[in-house]
Design a protein. Sequence first.
Length: 90
Amino acid sequence: MDSAASGPNGPRKALFQKQRGVTSKHSQTVRKSGYEKNDLISAKVKIQFENKLTMNLQALDKRLEQLRQVAEKLKEDAWLYPDIETKLGI
């Protein structure tokens, strides 16, 4: 007996007896898996878009907060600087 056809406990059983053709059931499964793949890709793109949007929004919020702090500091320090209209003679 061939060693490839037998295992330690005896001969192996063949997994497939004969080759089957593609049935309509298999075709439907393949089509469904194609749709599912497209759905997964679409969902991935949506999640990536939402993630980038969230990151940009957070960056803009942070920048807006920094600008508010600068504006407050300028209001507090405004008395240190002379009025520009008087310098220009307007």
